[in-house]
Write a protein of this length. Structure first.
Length: 315
């Protein structure tokens, strides 16, 4: 079980322990990566893909399709599908079915399908995980290692490669692809504990602390399809900070605040992935679950335990 699956497992255990009366449902989650070297497996060169379409297909004993569902990966390259009730997902597979906006040039060919694996079952809820799905570019990237297998001759008999001459100079060096430039760091010490309420993040003097996030980014892009169905596709992160008077608006306001805090302090109780995960779990639960998650975010954003807001006015 990798780190992402452990986070989802832990989030579900906390959610199930805090909220009773959960309706029966099955959840499927996974991620899509760009297989840059076309080697059919995850490697250090691969990166998550947003905007990729993932199809889950279930068949019966005769191979006939009994159920099919499609979802699109969010900005983190992950996807979550919910099936109401307790459908039989034991003979289901997930596979990349198409590319969309954000997939760049890595949507030429889908990788192999992956079987759904039951990870957890409790209180009528079933959690299924899927090994990483791959999407391959048309050609391997130039920095990928070359295969050393001999190429067959035209007649069908493989030729024996000649022994290479001893090297006369320095051996060739392997270079990783260049990394993107890092964003400018704000004056806040990143390793210092800090927690700021939503009022701080709406002030112009603290706009330089919106580092990885843009105030005009869409809520549907950052939090995924569940948020899009609840809040629409046009709401921005800046607008989400103004939500009040409704449990769902309060949840989104505090979730956006927690996401900003997580990007600006390593010691914030939630990571960025954790904020998105907890928000989606809340959106799939009852109104009581929404309120509980919103209150937990409020507690973290208010600096529970004596943590204060370390923001200083931007220069």
């Amino acid at each position: 079980m990798d780190l992402a699956q452990k986070l989802l497992f832990t989030a579900f255990v906390i959610f199930a322990a805090a909220i009773d009366g959960t309706q029966a449902a099955a959840m499927v989650s996974g991620a899509v990566f760009c297989d840059q070297c076309r080697d059919g497996e995850r490697s250090l060169f691969d990166y998550p893909l947003s905007g990729m379409k993932v199809a889950i297909t279930c068949t019966d004993g005769d191979g006939q399709v009994t159920m099919s569902r499609e979802e699109t990966t969010n900005v983190f390259g992950t996807y979550v599908m919910r099936f109401d009730g307790t459908p039989d997902l034991s003979n289901c597979n997930a596979q990349v079915s198409g590319s969309g906006e954000g997939s760049n040039d890595c949507g030429a060919a889908p990788g192999p399908a992956q079987k759904l694996r039951l990870m957890f079952r409790m209180f009528g809820m079933e959690i299924f995980g899927v090994d990483s799905l791959l999407s391959e570019p048309a050609q391997p990237m130039s920095f990928c290692p070359r295969s050393s297998d001999p190429v067959p001759a035209p007649g069908g008999t493989p030729t024996t490669p000649s022994r290479p001459a001893p090297p006369t100079g320095s051996p060739p060096t392997f270079r990783l692809p260049p990394l993107p430039p890092l964003p400018p760091m704000p004056p806040l010490p990143y390793s210092e504990a800090s927690a700021c309420s939503h009022q701080y993040w709406t002030m112009r003097e603290y706009k330089c602390y919106w580092r990885e996030l843009n105030p005009e980014s869409k809520v549907s892009v950052i939090f995924g399809p569940l948020a899009a169905s609840r809040y629409g596709t046009d709401m921005t992160l800046r607008e989400s900070l103004e939500g009040r008077g409704d449990p769902y608006k309060t949840l989104l306001r505090e979730a956006t605040t927690a996401l900003l805090n997580s990007y600006n302090s390593l010691q914030f109780p939630y990571s960025s992935v954790g904020v998105v995960t907890h928000t989606n779990w809340a959106l799939m639960s009852s109104t009581r679950g929404v309120l509980i998650t919103a209150l937990r975010f409020i507690r973290a954003n208010s600096g529970s335990g004596g943590v204060t807001c370390k923001l200083t006015p931007c220069q």
